[in-house]
Write a protein that binds this ligand. Sequence first.
Ligand SMILES: [Zn+2]
Length: 132
Amino acid sequence: MNMRFSRKDNALYSIPQRFADERLPFCPICGSDDPHWLTAEHQKLFYKYYYFKCEKCGSVFSATADDVSGLSGTTASFYGKYKKYKGKDNRTVYIHVDQTGAGITDIEKISLQNRELALEDLLHIGETLRKK
Ligand SMILES: [Zn+2]
């Protein structure tokens, strides 16, 4: 997929940029405190996805726009219904690890690729990996 990542410096007007900067204070893969997130959007079949790329290591994460905006927090939205159906917690933001950066060689980090985790769990794993 050819994605055009950019940094929206006026984060006030960019939901994905604000989400990345506020909710992902460090990169869970390389551990950088200053990931200087780049963002992109992509519409897949039914859902819009936001992508977050760490400028330091190039790792890419994604989440549905409904999760990021909080719209799926109830079953009022279509995606909210889908989450409930899938046995997911509606108030949890799920982050998919699309790709770990090319320079990442740690097997534990690489093994996170293609996994989807609750935001809190991903940050917790990131903290653990940072201490290694
Ligand atoms: Zn990184």
